[in-house]
Design a protein around this ligand. Structure first.
Ligand code: HEC
Length: 106
């Protein structure tokens, strides 16, 4: 009988821990993938200044996740092929931003 009482207490204790865990605040998800015409969040100044004249941020971020090197090449393509006037000094910050929000980790 004593053993049963113990298991019941253990069961109740476990139940309340599970209930507490279920009530823990949910992590907040910030979706940077679909911001509309402008890029949002930390480090977005350079890319907003150089990359939003011809198309929206939404269009750029609709691309598949790319490597840092591929984003660097993409910026180069915009400059060469479409004659985008990009401030050379801003290129590292643009590539950094794209790798952060739409990078594939390499
Ligand atoms: C002078 C205009 C212009 C500027 C400025 C510009 N782009 Fe583009 N971009 C284009 C054009 C035109 C396309 C092709 C659109 C299409 O195919 O419908 C394009 C397409 C893209 C694409 C889609 C993939 C591709 O290669 O077609 C990405 C990603 C992109 N641009 C990123 C950027 C980034 C990053 C910058 C800033 C460094 C930038 N663009 C600045 C004109 C520009």
């Amino acid at each position: 009988m004593k053993k049963l009482a113990f298991s019941l207490t253990a069961l109740l204790a476990f139940g309340s821990i599970a209930a507490l865990a279920a009530e823990a605040p949910k992590s907040v998800k910030i979706d940077l993938s679909n911001p509309g015409p402008y890029f949002t969040g930390d480090g977005s100044d350079a890319i907003n200044a150089n990359c939003t004249a011809c198309h929206s941020a939404e269009m750029v971020l609709a691309q598949p996740a790319l490597s840092r090197a591929a984003w660097q090449a993409e910026v180069g393509k915009m400059m060469k092929v479409y004659k985008a006037s990009v401030d050379e000094q801003d290129i590292p910050a643009i590539v950094e931003y794209l790798s952060k929000v739409r990078g594939n980790g390499s």
